[in-house]
Design a protein around this ligand. Structure first.
Ligand code: HEC
Ligand code: HEC
Ligand code: HEC
Ligand code: HEC
Ligand code: HEC
Ligand code: HEC
Ligand code: HEC
Ligand code: HEC
Length: 442
């Protein structure tokens, strides 16, 4: 007995490094031993993770330097609650670099936007925190009452563009649910659908109605989601998920955490325009599609989709914007502050909700969103709400614009025409003279 203790002491003197690492292991071990009791569910999430298998323990992620803004002493260890992209980046540098170059990492910069104004002024701070910032991310604050602990005004929060105290942006667990951090989970559409849904960006609903979504949900077991590598056309073939089209690898393209690499249009703003290098980005996406479809089929999809986007831009948005410009120039709005007039809400919803739904439906093969939740609503609210509200000002300049539009603009003058003649025009293909130009290849 005495001999063996002596041996350990001697051993430690001779090999101090192993002694130190044993101490560290102890600190690490203590986290698990105690948290197994105090938070058993959390412990089990970790215990069954790939990280646990590779001996990545609590302290590897939560350790902090004492001068970190959010570091605190916790049972003889210096830790932080936040595990930011910078922390994950110690072991996953490539993923972290891609995330920080993506649009996602900048999603917290909307705190000054028009929507944020609406949330703060029309609503109030509590709803901006639990609403907008829940998806976009908050600027994490430290609590002034309890040193170095996170302020409850900004924690919990796992918004995609969270602005962290260490200067990094984003939160990896927005998609990689802790503490399992399972690739198979992140590959499924649900990992995007906390944020990508609802009246103004219904990607989840569009996917669910599309043939892609139908095929996925009726064949999940055949998706090979647990595979270590997940290359479309090699490891699975049944259907694409959000990750397949926007992130995952193809035989010729590496997987990327920069979700903007395959997007050619901006479908968010009031008028859609092409992104920088849009042809390259479009070809990146087509490279995904052609693993399961022929080239002509894929080109055909873009031909139809482009036409919807241009129709939306030209037919509705151009006139809608011009009318609002006249109203504002003439100072006709009754109330001063933005969003205090009904017409501003109709204007806003026309592009920010209805027009976006149409564009997203067309991009991702959702016919119901393209038409019933999309352009159908745009038509109804443009002609039957926006125009009448504009006419209520009874202003000659506004009325003259609208009268001219409804009499002369080939896309709008149907309003004052005979129904039977319009039906004939559809049957004889005459309307194609007006709308055919949207199918020109550009
Ligand atoms: C002896 C038990 C014990 C040990 C050892 C322990 N913890 Fe904890 N930990 C707790 C308890 C209890 C809480 C909840 C305390 C509270 O109410 O905030 C907690 C909270 C936390 C929190 C959340 C803190 C917050 O402000 O929300 C983190 C992160 C954490 N522990 C990580 C660790 C890590 C990493 C280790 C190992 C270095 C560790 N814990 C060791 C008991 C322990
Ligand atoms: C792979 C890295 C990683 C490992 C390993 C890890 N955590 Fe975490 N932990 C995180 C992340 C990420 C968060 C969320 C913080 C954020 O949003 O920045 C978190 C949050 C927490 C929280 C606060 C959130 C909550 O739900 O209460 C506690 C407590 C916690 N971890 C404890 C532990 C304990 C105990 C272990 C070991 C059993 C552990 N963690 C292992 C990454 C890790
Ligand atoms: C101390 C190093 C270390 C840290 C810190 C770390 N990881 Fe890991 N991570 C690993 C290792 C090792 C593996 C397993 C080997 C592999 O698959 O690359 C892994 C695997 C993963 C996987 C794949 C798991 C699977 O399904 O196979 C994900 C996702 C992941 N990590 C995300 C994160 C995130 C997010 C963070 C920060 C919250 C993080 N990791 C922090 C080392 C680390
Ligand atoms: C359910 C999650 C969610 C909520 C809540 C939310 N957003 Fe968003 N927001 C998104 C997503 C997802 C996008 C991207 C949509 C797209 O690409 O089609 C977005 C886009 C935006 C954009 C456009 C950014 C750009 O670069 O064009 C702004 C601005 C914005 N949101 C601000 C806000 C504000 C302010 C609030 C609160 C009033 C809010 N959002 C609430 C998820 C959300
Ligand atoms: C928008 C959602 C999303 C965010 C945010 C995200 N990931 Fe991922 N991540 C994924 C998806 C999806 C996969 C699986 C892709 C595949 O295998 O095709 C993945 C895979 C991984 C893997 C496994 C890579 C491999 O080669 O096996 C690691 C490691 C990882 N992510 C780390 C991170 C880190 C670190 C962050 C934060 C800096 C992060 N992720 C943020 C969605 C995300
Ligand atoms: C926590 C919320 C959240 C999650 C989860 C999330 N996103 Fe996003 N995503 C956003 C927000 C917010 C934006 C808009 C950012 C902005 O405009 O500033 C966005 C933008 C995007 C864009 C547009 C990028 C660009 O460059 O135009 C794509 C594509 C995207 N997300 C795909 C995904 C996919 C795929 C997943 C799941 C694997 C996912 N997102 C998960 C919130 C999220
Ligand atoms: C079959 C492939 C495919 C699938 C599956 C898919 N998308 Fe897309 N997505 C696209 C295409 C194509 C576009 C338009 C690209 C362009 O502009 O060139 C797009 C556009 C987007 C945009 C940009 C919208 C904007 O406002 O600019 C977001 C965000 C997005 N998708 C998120 C998602 C999410 C989340 C899912 C899953 C619920 C998903 N996508 C599923 C192919 C896909
Ligand atoms: C993993 C395979 C896979 C990938 C990748 C894929 N698709 Fe599909 N796609 C399918 C399957 C399966 C169907 C359903 C075929 C059927 O209707 O019989 C389908 C159907 C379609 C349809 C027909 C929709 C309808 O309602 O009839 C279009 C259009 C389409 N895909 C376009 C695309 C585009 C564009 C891309 C790339 C952005 C893409 N697909 C990527 C598998 C895929």
């Amino acid at each position: 007995m005495f001999k063996s203790i002596l041996a350990v002491v001697l051993f430690s003197i001779i090999f101090p490094i192993s002694f130190i690492s044993a101490q560290q292991n102890n600190a690490a071990g203590r986290c698990m031993t105690c948290h197994k009791e105090v938070s058993p569910g959390l412990y089990m999430q970790w215990e069954n993770s790939g990280h646990a298998k590779h001996r990545v323990t609590c302290i590897d992620c939560h350790k902090a330097q004492s001068d970190d803004k959010d570091a605190f002493e916790h049972y003889n260890a210096t830790i932080a609650t936040l595990v930011t992209p910078k922390d994950c980046g110690n072991c996953h540098p490539n993923e972290t670099e891609e995330v920080s170059n993506s649009y996602h990492a900048n999603a917290g910069m909307i705190l000054e936007s028009n929507d944020a104004y609406l949330a703060h002024v029309g609503g109030g701070e509590p709803v901006a925190i639990m609403g907008c910032e829940g998806c976009h991310g908050t600027r994490v604050k430290i609590d002034s009452n309890s040193p170095n602990k996170l302020s409850p005004k900004s924690w919990p929060n796992s918004g995609i563009g969270r602005i962290n105290p260490d200067g990094s942006k984003g939160s990896c667990n927005a998609c990689h649910t802790r503490h399992v951090f399972d690739k198979a989970q992140a590959r499924q559409p649900e990992s995007c659908s906390k944020c990508h849904l609802g009246p103004d960006h219904p990607q989840k609903e569009v996917y669910e109605e599309s043939k892609h979504g139908n095929t996925y949900y009726t064949n999940i077991v055949k998706m090979n989601l647990d595979s270590d590598k997940w290359v479309v056309g090699e490891d699975y073939y049944i259907a694409p998920t959000c990750a397949t089209c926007h992130m995952s690898a193809t035989p010729g393209q590496k997987m990327s955490h920069d979700v903007g690499r395959r997007i050619s249009w901006t479908l968010r703003p009031i008028i859609s325009v092409h992104k920088d290098n849009w042809q390259v980005k479009r070809n990146n996406m087509k490279d995904v599609c052609t693993n399961c479809h022929g080239q002509e089929f894929v080109d055909g999809h873009y031909y139809q989709f482009d036409a919807v986007v241009r129709l939306y831009n030209d037919k509705f948005m151009k006139s809608m914007i011009e009318i609002m410009e006249i109203i504002k120039k003439l100072d006709l709005l009754e109330h001063k502050a933005a969003f205090s007039n009904e017409i501003e809400w109709v204007y806003w919803e026309l592009w920010h909700h209805e027009g976006r739904r149409a564009r997203h439906g067309a991009a991702m093969m959702g016919p119901d969103y393209t038409w019933w939740h999309g352009i159908y609503e745009v038509i109804k609210h443009f002609y039957l709400e926006y125009i009448p509200l504009a006419r209520e000002y009874d202003n000659p300049e506004v009325n003259a614009y609208i009268d001219k539009m409804l009499k002369e603009d080939p896309m709008h003058k149907w309003v004052n025409q005979d129904t039977e003649k319009l039906r004939d025009a559809i049957r004889s293909g005459k309307l194609q003279d007006i709308y055919g130009k949207y199918f020109e290849r550009r």
